[in-house]
Write a protein that binds this ligand. Structure first.
Ligand SMILES: CC(C)(COP(=O)(O)OP(=O)(O)OC[C@H]1O[C@@H](n2cnc3c(N)ncnc32)[C@H](O)[C@@H]1OP(=O)(O)O)[C@@H](O)C(=O)NCCC(=O)NCCS
Length: 400
């Protein structure tokens, strides 16, 4: 088997068919064009057997917000092996080649959304954030405290949205870890455009202006329905982002107040979203938590040195990493920099556990409870947690 980056559109298409064996209809030319525009042929690995492509694995070239900054990040996407070639090691070969390529390009971290939780841990990815769905009955959507309204929400066109929404997203990136930077093409193709097959429920775009400045936006869809002649309509929030607490509360009040809706649904909500403290009846939102972004430290030294820390002190890690052996061994984190050391190890763990702790969503104390880290020096868990803790929690508002 040979695994290498695609050289042209035809190879890209056949590699992309790997994932489309499982999701939706076979992509037409317009869909292929969009994927190749966003990924680039050179960032799509294809697996060849006897000259035939039997799988593909792609990467979006991202910058991801991490504690105290932003780092180049490989956003792993469209991973698929043809069902005729499953469980023969095709994915493993593609992951090896892709991680080597990411390392060579100098991207210290990789991130992905997993279709199944059982696939990526073996390749060094760890659950690095949580999110969940809410389904808020409109008649249980009141806020718990008096809320002084500010600003005005207005509907905007696709072209306006592409101008007005990005600064709000950038404000989110400055506040939360786990948010990737978006290009204008990304905004157009993936966020605000209504794909042809979804024309029945067009994306509705609104911006909130306070003091002549757009401070929040929402993308949502509505579906009309009746049950026993009573409205059972739903509003599905695709994305609702505010640049500050007032703007976030305002845009949510707008969404929760749209007439005729029975339920307001939203997915990918982080567990510390302000909504849970704004609502008078948060229980009725029926929050269901699941794993969100997974993170892989491709270059442990650069990744650890590339984020900020809260406390003082140092800690020495013994890292095990079978897939990226250049990470193996002892690393001392001190003064915000990680470097090689011969000092005795204080915490021993696999690289996926370090990925889980990286954005601040999983503590070392939690990892110890789950037997994913070994404390070799007394107090090291507490010291590591004092360094790594980061609030608010990570939030990646879009599946890629
Ligand atoms: C998931 C998928 C890519 C795996 O490809 P594959 O070529 O069959 O995987 P490999 O043969 O290289 O397996 C490597 C290892 O992962 C394990 N593995 C692979 N897929 C797994 C799964 N879905 N659940 C649990 N373990 C899995 C294999 O058992 C093997 O384990 P081992 O190293 O202990 O022997 C393939 O099944 C697929 O295309 N699935 C549908 C699309 C999809 O979910 N893609 C991921 C998008 S995020």
């Amino acid at each position: 088997m040979e695994v290498r980056p695609c050289r042209d559109r035809d190879e890209f298409t056949r590699a992309l068919y790997g994932i489309f064996q499982y999701f939706g209809p076979t992509p037409g030319d317009d869909v292929i064009d969009r994927w190749i525009g966003l990924v680039g042929a050179e960032r799509m690995h294809a697996a060849f057997e006897d000259g035939e492509i039997v799988g593909g694995a792609g990467v979006f070239t991202f910058d991801l917000s991490v504690p105290g900054g932003s780092l180049p990040c490989a956003g792993v996407t469209v991973v698929g092996v043809y069902p005729t070639h499953r469980r023969r090691g095709v994915l493993r070969e593609m992951m090896d080649a892709q991680l080597a390529d990411i390392h060579e390009r100098g991207e210290p971290i990789a991130a992905l959304w997993a279709s199944e939780e059982t696939i990526y841990g073996r390749f060094g990815y760890g659950i690095a954030s949580w999110c969940g769905d809410v389904a808020i009955p409109r008649d249980r959507s009141a806020f718990g405290r008096p809320f002084e309204r500010r600003g005005q929400v207005r509907a905007v066109t696709v072209d306006e949205a592409v101008e007005l929404f990005p600064p709000v997203w950038e404000a989110l990136r400055a506040q939360r870890t786990g948010v990737f930077a978006r290009t204008e093409t990304w905004w157009r193709e993936r966020v605000v455009r209504t794909p042809d097959e979804q024309k029945a429920t067009p994306k509705r775009l609104v911006a909130l202006e306070i003091d002549d400045e757009v401070q929040a936006y929402a993308v949502y869809e509505t579906t009309a329905a009746f049950e026993g002649f009573v409205s059972n309509a739903k509003l599905d929030v695709v994305e609702a982002v505010g640049a500050n607490p007032q703007a976030t509360a305002e845009i949510w009040r707008y969404l929760l107040d749209v007439d005729w809706m029975a339920t307001i649904n939203a997915a990918l909500i982080p567990p510390d979203h302000p909504l849970f403290l704004l609502l008078a009846n948060p229980r009725h939102a029926r929050f269901k938590r699941h794993d969100a972004l997974w993170v892989r430290l491709v270059d442990v030294g650069a990744a650890l040195s590339g984020r900020a820390y809260t406390g003082e002190g140092s800690v020495v890690f013994e890292v095990a990493d079978a897939t990226c052996p250049w990470n193996e061994g002892r690393w001392k984190l001190e003064g915000g920099t990680a470097s090689r050391t011969d000092e005795p190890a204080e915490l021993a763990l696999d690289v996926d556990a370090l990925g889980s702790a990286y954005l601040g969503a999983v503590s070392f104390a939690q990892l110890r409870e789950a037997m994913r880290v070994e404390e070799l020096a007394e107090g090291a868990i507490g010291r590591a947690d004092a360094l790594f803790e980061w609030r608010p929690l990570p939030w990646c508002p879009e599946i890629f």
